[in-house]
Design a protein around this ligand. Structure first.
Ligand SMILES: [Zn+2]
Length: 294
C-alpha cells in the first residue's frame, strides 16, 4: 500500500497523542481518551475545563479551511468535528453542501445543504439519511435529527485530522459498545464494573468482557474494535503482528463494515482469533450471559 504524506502525518499525530495519554496512568487514560472522543472541537476554555493535559491540547488547531463558510463552521451531528463545506451548482444557482468527511456519518444524517447568505449565518437543510435495521439500532451511531447551528470560527479549535479519524471516529463505537453492554449485562452480573472494562491494561485492547452464564460458567472476551476503510489493509496489519498487537481474541468491526467479515475471518483463523460485527458480537456476549438481545 502506498501512503500519502498527509496519511503519514495523521499516523504520527495519532501515535504521539497515544503516548501523551498513556503517560498519566490507567484511570486517567480512560478519562482523557473519553474526553478526546467526546470533544473533537471546542473553545480553549472548554478544552481546559475538561482537564486534558496541555501537550494534548496542542493537537487542537484552528478550524480547517475546508470547513469554513465566511466566519462560521458546523459540527458533525454524529462526531461533532467540523464538517467539510463545498460549493455546488444546481440549475445555474450556487449552493453549498456540508457533510462530515467520514462517509458513514454523512450517510447517516451528517449531510446538509445551504444557500449562500450575505449577512446572517446560513441555515442548513438536511439530506435524507440511511436508517439502521431494527436489531442494529442499539449500536447505531446516527444523528439525532437536530440541525447543527453555525459556530464562529474565531475562538474555536478542532483536533488534527489524524487524531479525529483514528481516535474519535472509532472511539464513538467503542464507547457505545461499552455502555450498551454495561446496560444489558447489569441485571445478570453481580459486578458490572468488573464484567465490562474499557481500554484495559493501558489500552492493550479496547474491551475485556467477563460474564457468568446461567449455568455458572465464566466466559471471557478480549476485543479490539477496528474501523479500517479497507479490509485488506487491516488483514495486512494482522499478518505483520501475527494477530492482534495487544493479544485480543476478537476483532470487531462497526456494523456498516459487515462486508469485511469474510476476509477478516480467513485472516483471524490463522492467528486463533475471530471476527464479528459489533451487533453480532454484542448479541453473542449477551447470549452467553443469558440475556436476550433483540
Ligand atoms: Zn462526523
Amino acid at each position: 500500500m502506498r501512503f500519502t504524506e498527509e496519511q503519514l502525518q495523521d499516523e504520527i499525530d495519532q501515535d504521539q497523542m497515544y503516548e501523551i495519554l498513556k503517560g498519566r496512568g490507567d484511570d486517567q487514560y480512560v478519562k482523557d481518551r473519553t474526553t478526546l472522543v467526546e470533544c473533537p472541537a471546542g473553545t480553549a476554555e472548554e478544552l481546559n475545563r475538561r482537564g486534558l493535559p496541555l501537550n494534548a491540547i496542542r493537537y487542537y488547531e484552528a478550524i480547517p479551511y475546508h470547513a469554513i463558510y465566511r466566519t462560521w463552521w458546523f459540527p458533525c451531528t454524529v462526531c461533532k468535528w467540523p464538517m467539510k463545506i463545498s460549493k455546488r451548482m444546481s440549475a445555474g444557482r450556487e449552493y453549498y453542501r456540508v457533510a462530515c468527511l467520514y462517509g458513514r456519518h454523512a450517510d447517516t444524517g451528517a449531510s446538509f445543504m445551504f444557500w449562500p447568505t450575505s449577512g446572517d449565518a446560513p441555515v442548513l437543510h438536511p439530506d435524507s439519511p440511511d436508517a439502521p435495521a431494527p436489531h442494529e439500532a442499539a449500536l447505531f451511531l446516527g444523528s439525532d435529527g437536530a440541525l447543527p447551528e453555525a459556530k464562529p470560527v474565531e475562538g474555536h479549535l478542532a483536533l488534527k485530522r489524524g487524531v479525529w479519524r483514528y481516535t474519535c471516529v472509532p472511539g464513538l463505537h467503542e464507547l457505545r459498545l461499552h455502555s450498551v453492554l454495561r446496560e444489558r449485562l447489569a441485571a445478570t452480573q453481580s459486578d458490572v464494573d468488573e464484567a465490562v472494562t474499557l481500554w484495559p491494561m493501558s489500552d492493550a485492547y479496547d474491551h475485556r468482557v467477563k460474564v457468568k452464564g446461567p449455568d455458572g460458567r465464566s466466559h471471557i472476551f478480549t476485543v479490539d474494535v477496528k474501523d479500517y476503510t479497507h479490509a485488506r489493509v487491516l488483514a495486512e496489519s494482522l499478518h505483520r503482528n501475527e494477530g492482534d498487537k495487544g493479544g485480543a481474541e476478537w476483532l470487531v468491526v462497526p456494523d456498516h463494515r459487515a462486508d469485511q467479515i469474510p476476509l477478516l475471518t480467513l485472516t483471524c483463523d490463522k492467528y486463533g482469533m475471530k471476527a464479528a460485527t459489533m451487533t453480532e458480537f454484542a448479541r453473542m456476549v449477551c447470549q452467553s450471559a443469558g440475556v436476550r438481545w433483540a
